[in-house]
Ligand binder design. Structure first.
Ligand code: HEM
Length: 387
């Protein structure tokens, strides 16, 4: 699969996606412009709508049109969009890593070999955690399958994830055998989740953290204001003209890493740190533990973007694998550059127009739900101050 779609995530293609990304970001700015300074905005919901619209357009050639809505889930919001977003969020967050997960997931932590058989039984018991997860996943898969079937019948020539996969399937026997309808369905589902909830979480946590640190906000605004407001940054501008923004994003991802665990399986017996691991051992890497290690990040619980300044001694001597929010190696995140382009464009456009303050209703400290992807327990609620 990686080989089929890798060209989508290379710099030359990503640069061509800037106008599309910017068009959705401008819609968010318009929505936020209509919010009064005393009103709370569910910023984490808006980020998720934005990220879903962008992945919908770039991966599936579909306009979900979620960013056109008002910032809250309310009665005016079209029911289809509301259900779609809720299913998307539920799917991303229902795979829990702690004892609040479904019974089969908890069992999998203790006795992995029993997880599969038990899951098959539990998902048939109405209202059990496994039943709810299964039902939601089936509904979301059904919606995505409808999109896939429609696109397959249209035979549209466009450069997006789905077209590349469907075209590859047309081309040769081998790909036809590999890209079965079930496999395409699973890939589409994975792509939607991987590309929306992660980016949305990172955007929200960056804005939340900047609002909490006025010194960082001042420095960031100074950098962003040096760039003409009437121009859309090019890929080159994004790479070279916003070094402090880079540092803010890296530090936000260190502070709240969205992927709590990265999985690997040993392809042969190996010894790591004095531990002998036989072939086929599962290894779980925890980026969040690495990113709070004071040996790599002094004062790890302080939000200090400057620690990623290339001229800073801490950055110069840090182990290259101490900060791995996108994983690493040949199975590292395929969408890393895509996500960073989207996050940078969004933050630039937002801070050109607004600053944000925490809603008085927000809990302190921030509470999380620990799933396969980290999520906010109650969301990020902000007040929007026009600049
Ligand atoms: C801030 C945003 C994101 C973060 C933090 C993130 C993080 C990750 C991590 C940690 C992995 C596992 C890597 C490993 O095992 O070494 C991963 C895999 C993956 N990500 Fe992302 N991701 C983000 C955005 C995206 C986006 C926007 C897309 C799609 C456009 C995407 C698509 C994928 C896919 C398809 C994989 C599986 C790759 C494979 O197994 O070969 N991700 N991501």
């Amino acid at each position: 699969m990686r080989n089929t779609v890798i060209s989508l995530y290379q710099s030359s293609h990503l640069a061509s996606l800037i106008p599309m990304m910017q068009s959705y970001i401008v819609q968010v700015v318009q929505v936020l412009s209509n919010v009064s300074a005393e009103e709370d905005v569910a910023f984490s919901d808006i980020s998720l709508k934005l990220a879903t619209d962008i992945i919908g357009q770039s991966a599936f050639g579909i306009d979900f049109a979620l960013t056109k809505e008002k910032p809250h889930f309310d009665l005016n919001m079209d029911k289809e969009s509301q259900a779609f977003i809720k299913e998307n969020v539920y799917s991303a967050t229902s795979l829990k890593m702690d004892l609040s997960g479904s019974f089969s997931i908890i069992l999998g932590l203790i006795m992995p070999f029993l997880q599969g058989p038990f899951q098959q039984v539990l998902k048939k018991i109405p209202y059990s955690g496994d039943w709810r997860i299964d039902k939601t996943n089936m509904r979301l898969t059904k919606r995505l399958n409808e999109i896939v079937s429609k696109r397959a019948s249209e035979k549209k020539e466009s450069k997006d994830f789905l077209s590349l996969i469907l075209n590859e399937r047309e081309k040769n026997e081998l790909a036809r055998n590999m890209y079965t309808p079930d496999y395409i369905s699973a890939l589409t589902y994975e792509h939607l989740l991987a590309g929306s909830a992660t980016t949305a979480f990172t955007l929200s946590s960056a804005v939340y953290l900047v609002a909490k640190h006025p010194g960082v906000e001042d420095k960031l605004l100074e950098e962003i204001d040096r760039f003409p407001k009437d121009l859309v940054p090019t890929a080159d501008d994004l790479q070279h003209k916003f070094p402090y923004l880079d540092q803010v994003i890296k530090e936000a991802m260190r502070f709240y890493p969205v992927s709590p665990l990265i999985a690997r399986e040993t392809s042969q017996a190996v010894e790591i740190g004095g531990h002998f691991l036989p072939k086929s051992t599962w290894i779980w890497i925890a980026p969040g533990v690495l990113s709070k290690d004071p040996n790599h990040f002094p004062d790890p619980h302080e939000f200090q973007p400057e620690r990623f300044d290339p001229n800073c001694q801490e950055e110069k001597i840090r182990h290259p694998y101490a900060h791995i929010p996108f994983g690493l190696g040949p199975r590292g995140c395929i969408g890393q550059k895509f996500a960073l382009q989207e996050i940078k464009l969004t933050l630039i456009c937002l801070y050109q127009n607004f600053v944000f303050r925490h809603s008085p209703k927000m809990e302190n400290p921030l509470q999380f739900q620990y799933g396969i992807i980290l999520n906010f327990k109650y969301g990020v609620h902000l007040r929007v101050v026009k600049r």
